[in-house]
Ligand binder design. Sequence first.
Ligand SMILES: C[S@@+](CC[C@H](N)C(=O)[O-])C[C@H]1O[C@@H](n2cnc3c(N)ncnc32)[C@H](O)[C@@H]1O
Length: 421
Amino acid sequence: MKVISELSIKKLVYGGYGLADHRGKKVFVRYAVPMELVSAEVIKEKKDHIEAVVKDIIVSSPWRRQAPCKYYTYCGGCQLQHIHPEKQVELKEDILLESLQRIAHIAVDRLGDSIKSGREFGYRIKAQFKVQSGKLGFFAWGTHELVSIEECLLLHPAINGLIPSLRELIKKVKDLQELHVLYSPTEDEFLLKLITPTAYDANKMRTLKEKLLPKEVVGMGNYSKLGDQLMKRYHIGRNFTYMQVGKYRYRVSNDSFFQINFTLWEELIRGIVIGGYRKVVELHCGAGFFSIPMSEVSNFLLSSDNNPSAVRDAEYNAKLNMRDNVVFSQESAYQTLKNYAGEVIDLLFLDPPRSGLTTEETKLILQNRPREIIYVSCNPTTLARDIGKLTDGGYVLKGIRLIDNFPQTYHIESVAYLSQQ
Ligand SMILES: C[S@@+](CC[C@H](N)C(=O)[O-])C[C@H]1O[C@@H](n2cnc3c(N)ncnc32)[C@H](O)[C@@H]1O
């Protein structure tokens, strides 16, 4: 294996790599820390860049630490455990600022205060385990090679407590490909999803649930998939649980999105939801996580999501929380923007998937001209691209904050505030 003997790490980039230069080529180095001098083993060499992994640390950063997880660097789930958690937040803020500068050509002096995770470990209420040859774990970085694990430090301890039963379960279900677990920390309940290439017998599934799993597993779904295409789905037991977030109660179905870092739930609502608007249009509303609190502090809310399960939950949650000034629609973000063309919108609230907004969606926003926009993002690159288009179209970026939603990983969540010029 080729080794580059001296690499000076300039900064951390999105994806969790330390960036260095070597003979005019960019080198993306796994497990490095900015300002370190390292030697690195080359994993891939392309025309314009090299991917490498730290071999020896020649000059170490004061921010380097011994990673707490025994699977770190074998398992690909975490990329930043070798960096102190406060520094992880700072480095992610730098990436956010740099993305805005490089992609949107906007120089922001300072971000707003970050929204902090309540814990650096044990914060995830959702696990998506891979299963291969009767083993359960996660893939190694950039591969489909399974790293078998007995626990994952990011997961809520209750999910780790369930792993021995899951190991028994996977021995019995032939061809199981993935096993997803959603845990409600407020109800102490689990929902499972078993992904198989062909449908598993429902009676056998029922027997396995009764024999192998604790009573806290209240529901189990079998999803047979051909590639990404869902062929068949059925549930045993309940297909939903509840999550209590401060005074708000949410029903969450196995197929709906819900914020995965439970230590941040209340702070997300306190920190992001702003009141005083007459008419709010919300896209990507999920099960109504932001919609319900937002409806309390605005006059009228029109919310949508393209996932039917999420919209059913959101409608149920509006009733559960006695909110009657919010209307939910199951439709694409594009369709919602089209529906409200020409109407006065005081606030547009967005929380898209990693791909961000489509070109057509951005165009419609610029035509509709909502007075203000709150954009929650889980990808700084697409966020910067979209902010660039919105500011070119007459909006001003008023502020942006990091949300420390995913400690130990490269993922970057943030919230941006824009308003008409
Ligand atoms: C990051 S989640 C946010 C959900 C919600 N705001 C929350 O905080 O729980 C993104 C949501 O966007 C929805 N979504 C993805 N693509 C969409 C599209 N093209 N149109 C409408 N909704 C979409 C997904 O179903 C998902 O519920």
